[in-house]
Design a protein around this ligand. Sequence first.
Ligand code: DGL
Length: 266
Amino acid sequence: MADARQAPVGVFDSGVGGLSVLAEIQRLLPGESLLYVADGGHIPYGEKSPQFIRERCVQIAEFFRAQGAKALVVACNTATVAAAADLRERYPNWPLVGMEPAVKPAAAATRSGVVGVLATTGTLQSAKFAALLDRFASDVRVVTQPCPGLVELIEAGDLQAPALRELLLGYVQPLLDAGCDTIILGCTHYPFLKPLLAQMVPAPVSLIDTGAAVARQLQRLLQQRDLLAVGPAAEPQFWTSANPQHLQHILPALWQKSYIVQSFQS
Ligand code: DGL
């Protein structure tokens, strides 16, 4: 019988954002074989209805199950608020890691008492995000900033593009003006903006994302079930529901290495 520990882990996002999480998983768990789906044909999730996102997530989850994935990582804040509960109900025995903006660590870290959140409209409007603020941010001021258009420009693959810089500055400046000393990157696409952000925010402002915490949570879940891989990992595999050639072309900038990207149709 096949060793369940050697099965791959399925990781997905609406697009390339989840690669920022995939990198953390690979760093912490180099023995794990990783499958990645970018649902780029349906980007941006941040402007779609929760019902639509749930349907996409089920399609992708079913694909990973057919590939024999031993666990699922929803490497997208927007998909987590829309679909994680539904996925957990559908697959109660399948280890699942979702993610949410890092409100708790940001509230603990701020010295100015003002925390900024950059995230998608879908995440910021969700009841789950409101509950997160109630729970962990009652003692600080939280300034939220939805960022329409940003994800599409990141997907284009030029992370230094003038249009990207201009749009980002328009979203970040109000947070700085409000006195934020801690900014949460509440969308998995945004860690790719760190080099640009470093040119925009003064040094004492810290940027917080949750990729590393997601990797640690995956490690815990796999450990609990004795599912941590024991052998060398297979090469990661990539699929996209958008144009595979485009992702293949921009992958080296986002993932240090080029890979063949397969077409994901469902
Ligand atoms: N990367 C996703 C997130 O973490 C959202 C991107 C989108 O709007 O499609 O929220």
